[in-house]
Design a protein around this ligand. Structure first.
Ligand code: ADE
Length: 192
């Protein structure tokens, strides 16, 4: 099996959001604003903003993984944050810290906007591969896995099918191959 994939469902997303929000509250950290690392951190950031009663939600767009499970050499800030954060306590949110590059870069960018304090949070943290450990995590992984989050189903399914598809394949044969290759079922309806 060249690559292991875990299909994430919304129930898990809710559980991780609650768990993160609980840890943040228990730590005594009360952010004034939340910065999502787009695109992966957009949904987690919005859920945390709701749970923590934070109205100020901004985003910074960073690209590292230009295609499913294929990282670029460097993370790049595609849309920097241009905000005055002086006096504010910030929470930077992403879905996963895999290499840790995106969160590190986001923290650098946020720090240049002069916040009072900046902390980071992610649903998942891959201990083996990440150079950066977020302040708050919901789950630490002991091996590298591709997490297929519900906000990425269509993009990931298209890319992962593209890598295994051969002439003559049918939807049924692709469903079987997908399980054999990635150890997971395709979570959406698709057409070849
Ligand atoms: N983005 C970067 N690394 C990832 C991973 N392992 N799973 C899902 N999304 C990611």
């Amino acid at each position: 099996m060249p690559m292991k994939v875990k299909i994430v469902d919304w129930t898990e997303v809710e559980r991780w959001s609650s768990s993160l929000s609980r840890s943040i509250v228990e730590s005594g950290y009360a952010p004034d604003a939340i910065i999502a690392v787009a695109r992966g951190g957009l949904v987690p950031a919005r859920l945390l903003a709701d749970m923590l009663s934070v109205k100020d939600v901004l985003s910074i767009r960073i690209e590292h993984w230009n295609e499913t499970a294929k990282p670029e050499e460097k993370a790049v800030v595609k849309e920097p944050l241009r905000a005055n954060l002086s006096g504010k306590k910030i929470l930077i949110v992403d879905d996963i810290a895999d290499t840790g590059e995106s969160l590190m870069l986001a923290k650098e960018n946020v720090s240049s906007c002069n916040p009072k304090e900046a902390k980071t949070a992610a649903f998942q943290f891959i201990g083996k591969t990440s150079r950066f450990k977020p302040d708050f995590i919901a789950e630490q992984l002991s091996e590298w896995i591709w997490y297929m989050y519900p906000w990425n189903y269509h993009e990931d399914v298209k890319n992962l099918i593209g890598r295994i598809k051969k002439p003559g394949d049918t939807e049924a044969s692709i469903m079987e191959k997908f399980i054999a290759e990635y150890g997971a079922r395709i979570p959406i309806d698709f057409k070849l």
